[in-house]
Design a protein around this ligand. Structure first.
Ligand code: ADP
Length: 450
């Protein structure tokens, strides 16, 4: 059944009614937070019109959701009876249901009935609806569509404890429904605006974080690159001075100077290599060259090039070359870089003990691991390994271990190179016991990339 609103004169709007309308407009339009707006509006309407209760629904995709409920004791009894939170009251927008709340939205016209079940059909069964009617004392109900520019955004349901129609309240309720259409649309727009503001803020935070990282990188790289080259300069200055003064350099010192200068130069070259690789990895400026090589030769080459570093730190190396050749078709210099990085890290972060290298193969893959008895990595730091510039904080190390200098780029390069060679990297670590990096690579990269 549908009730039409009467002309204003006939409805006998009084000054008090007008004041109520104004009051309600303030309440409804003065809110930009959706939940707040819906609750306050429905409370105000029920209070001003002296109704039994009210429920506000919002259209969400193909159904309508109950959002807020208002009213005195009846409301609590109703909620107790249905034993579910209000938000579980969802009605599918399907006219076959002949649910009056749905109908008011589809027909865009208010729907009136003395029977509560007309509004709960499809959500509560007839028996529960009857109990609800008795418990709450519901005698008459009405539902209004909430529309904005012809589009239904929700619905409001009201009930009365007197068996009569809503013609007395019709003008106020219709007016309130119209206001709600505007207010809900505004609140949704405001929410979207806030969300996009948040997105912008997040994007700005990311840019600032990247800027900060870039600045950190320039600071770190500046310092890291300066150290070895400054050492070379100092050595050359000593040699130069000696040569100028004596016309010669003491032969016993010459060897020492050369070794020191060479070590520092190697450090500088390794740093530049890591920096260049990190940039290439980041901008995907890598060409993968394929060639057939023996993994065991590459491992041995890298172990030998670290002998000096190992003996300087008094570390043993454990490596037993397996029989045969582990032939792999991949990029030699990238593989070399992965192994070099892992071995030099193992040495760097191992104050005492040994480094153990193993290798194995199956028909499709080769695998090698670099294990150390070093300081280990805490569980909470493992997830961050491989992120650009990530270094375990010095405060996370124990007092006896001074964090060596570094850039936090080595593992970033390793992680990315392993990915580019279609391999897999696993890390096991225990604080104070050591770390094991295991790399598995496909034997034939050519085959995989086809
Ligand atoms: P760097 O050594 O220059 O700091 P890396 O990217 O090579 O940078 O390593 C990142 C961080 O991972 C290191 O700073 C260190 O905290 C941790 N790490 C890497 N390898 C090991 C290892 N073998 N044992 C303990 N910690 C390690």
């Amino acid at each position: 059944m549908t009730t039409e609103s009467k002309p204003l004169q006939q409805t006998g709007i009084t000054q008090a009614d007008l004041k109520d309308l104004l009051d309600m407009s303030h309440e409804i339009l003065g809110n930009l937070t959706l939940d707040n707006l819906m609750q306050k509006s429905i409370d105000k309407i029920v209070e001003k019109c002296g109704l039994l209760g009210g429920i506000l629904f919002q259209v969400e995709n193909d159904h309508i959701n109950a959002k807020t409920i208002a009213g005195e004791k009846g409301v609590q009894k109703f909620l107790k009876l249905i034993r579910e939170p209000l938000s579980n009251l969802k009605i599918s927008i399907n006219t076959d249901l002949n649910n009056y709340v749905v109908n008011c939205i589809v027909k865009k016209q208010d729907q009136f009935s003395y029977d509560l079940y007309d509004f709960t059909r499809g959500v509560l069964n007839q028996k529960i609806s009857k109990i609800a009617k008795i418990l709450t004392g519901t005698q008459a109900c009405i539902a209004f569509p909430i529309t904005y520019r012809g589009k239904a955004v929700g619905a409001i349901f009201f009930s009365k404890s007197v068996k009569e129609d809503f013609s007395k309240e019709m003008h106020i309720l219709k007016f309130a429904a119209d206001l709600l259409g505007i207010a809900i649309t505004n609140a949704n727009l405001y929410k979207d605006l806030e969300n996009s503001n948040n997105d912008l803020k997040q994007a700005l935070d990311t840019v600032n974080e990247l800027r900060r990282q870039e600045k950190d990188m320039i600071d770190v790289m500046g310092h890291e690159l300066k150290t070895p080259i400054t050492a070379v300069q100092a050595i050359l200055e000593v040699m130069d001075k000696s040569y100028k003064q004596k016309g010669t350099i003491d032969s016993d010192k010459l060897g020492k100077y050369l070794t020191l200068a060479l070590e520092s130069t190697k450090k500088e070259v390794a740093l530049i290599r890591t920096l260049l690789s990190a940039t290439r990895v980041e901008y995907r400026r890598f060409e993968i060259n394929h060639e057939e090589l023996n993994l065991l030769d590459i491992l041995e080459l890298s172990i030998n090039s670290h002998k000096e570093m190992l003996s300087k730190q008094n570390l043993k190396i454990k490596y037993r070359r397996p029989h045969g050749d582990f032939i792999i078709n991949t990029d030699k210099s990238r593989l070399n870089e992965i192994i070099d990085n892992l071995i030099s890290n193992a040495i760097k972060y191992t104050p005492k003990g040994y480094i153990e290298i193993t290798a194995s193969e199956n028909s499709k893959e080769v695998c090698f691991s670099v294990k150390d008895t070093g300081i280990g990595i805490a569980k909470e730091d493992l997830n961050d390994l491989g992120k650009k510039f990530f270094r375990v904080k010095s405060s996370n190390y124990n007092k006896d271990f001074v964090r060596p200098s570094g850039t936090g780029l080595g593992l970033y390069v390793v992680f990315n190179l392993v990915k580019m060679l279609k391999g897999n990297l696993q890390i096991e670590s225990e604080i104070g016991k050591g770390t094991k990096f295991s790399v598995t690579l496909p034997k034939n990269l050519d085959y995989l990339s086809k």
